[in-house]
Design a protein around this ligand. Structure first.
Ligand code: ZN
Length: 86
């Protein structure tokens, strides 16, 4: 259970730097992309290097890196070549 399973609070929290990595790891638990993670983070908290730390968290995330290297391959669906018009 993450700490983000609650409604966003109206006032964002300013978090001590030693907790940044814990919060970012929890925020990135579902491995959403960079833009969504930043958007979600801004709902809950802010600090001056937030964007850069989110980028580092995702860049260093093993699960995301693996997914980028081996994206699921699209299935080709061959269709019969038409023999002529109609
Ligand atoms: Zn990830």
């Amino acid at each position: 259970m993450g700490v983000f399973n609650v409604e966003p609070h109206i006032n964002r929290l300013v978090i001590p730097s030693k907790l940044h990595s814990v919060l970012l790891a929890d925020l990135h638990m579902s491995h959403v992309g960079m833009v969504k993670t930043k958007t979600l983070a801004r709902l809950y908290f802010w600090w001056p290097s937030l964007d850069r730390e989110i980028e580092q968290t995702i860049t260093n995330c093993n699960a995301c890196r693996q997914y980028q290297v081996n994206p699921p391959k699209a299935q080709l669906s061959p269709q019969a070549w038409p023999s002529g018009p109609n």
